[in-house]
Design a protein. Structure first.
Length: 332
């Protein structure tokens, strides 16, 4: 069975600190996640200098600074990328990062990333999609704020540019931080998979872990979740992130659900097979029976254990001749 690919989304929760970024890698590795993901961007290429912050960003950062000023402090330079990639190798976890501009795409490609994560905000960015599509890498596409037509357009661009469809995983997402439970619309994840006959998953911004677990039960092949060292830290995404113990609990729950989903073949399991004799029943003598008597309905009954004649053969046994003497409750 294919494992669910779990991405622990560090994002910008490093607050611009390499040491904090390494601590986040430690947490992601210890949790059992498959990858830890950061964000790669140049502030001047991502956002205009006079753009306001999102409402959730205003609530978690300095209300007087612009979006540009906020994210400028969260950039990771080339040397930091190399340092974090090396640290991930030591910690035996995959390094991923989301590029937000063309230079960042090239930087991550030159650093040898095998998977490119496209954030929800870039799903309508044709030149960006075409740039990543030409790389012919594995692609994970988030679809927050998008409708089914916009997802179709993005997939067409990626595939026409050179990315194989089988190398694309589409993540259902909602970009409100945190996402209200009533806005999750998890069934849309399955709609995406069925509509495009494509691998699908879920990028989660709810406060708990139950929706991630439900997504896996519904067939998600990839789950992405923000995490932090401490939800009370200053920064745009800490508040809507999991703390270390919660991340561990999510990964453990997902791995358990993977095991529980099984093979889809309905048959007795190895653990329950011994219970068949105990819990099932057999045809037994209702009273003492003498050899040669007719086994009428009044002479036989059905009781445990289940290691005798299956009661489904009742009609075959009724009105046959006893071939030996039977004591009450003895298996026929």
């Amino acid at each position: 069975m294919k494992k669910v690919f779990i991405i622990a989304e560090a994002g910008v929760n490093h607050n611009g600190s390499v040491e904090l970024a390494k601590k986040l890698i430690d947490v992601a590795s210890e949790s059992g996640a498959d990858a830890v993901k950061f964000q790669t961007f140049k502030a001047e290429k991502l956002v205009s200098k006079n753009v306001e912050k999102a409402e959730y960003q205003k609530q978690t950062t300095d209300i007087n600074e612009s979006q540009y000023e906020m994210i400028k402090k969260l950039e990771l330079d080339l040397d930091t990328h190399k340092e974090l990639i090396s640290y991930c190798e030591i910690k035996n976890i995959m390094f991923l990062s989301t590029p937000f501009d063309h230079d960042s795409i090239d930087l991550l490609n030159e650093l040898g990333l095998e998977i490119f994560k496209i954030p929800s905000g870039e799903i309508t960015n044709l030149p960006y999609l075409r740039h990543i599509g030409k790389l012919n890498k594995k692609v994970i596409l988030s679809t927050g704020m998008a409708d089914i037509g916009e997802i179709e357009d993005a997939l067409d661009i990626l595939i026409e540019a050179g990315t194989k469809k089988e190398n694309i995983t589409v993540l259902h997402a909602n970009t409100e931080y945190p996402t209200p439970i009533e806005d999750v619309n998890l069934k849309a994840m399955v709609t995406i998979g069925n509509t495009f006959d494509i691998s699908y998953g879920y990028s989660d911004h709810t406060l708990g872990i139950e929706v991630d677990i439900a997504a896996v039960a519904m067939g998600a092949s990839c789950v992405e979740k923000h995490f932090t060292l401490d939800k009370t830290m200053e920064g745009p995404d800490h508040k809507a992130s999991l703390e270390p113990d919660e991340l561990k609990a999510m990964v453990k729950a997902i791995r358990n659900i993977e095991l529980a989903l099984g093979s889809s073949v309905k048959k007795p399991s190895k653990s329950e097979t011994p219970n068949m004799q105990i819990a099932r029943k057999s045809i037994v003598a209702k009273s003492d029976i003498t050899k040669g008597e007719i086994l009428t309905k009044e002479k036989i009954t059905i009781k445990r254990p289940g290691n005798g004649i299956n009661p489904m053969r009742w009609d075959e046994v009724v009105d046959t001749i006893a071939t030996k003497d039977y004591k009450k409750d003895e298996l026929i």
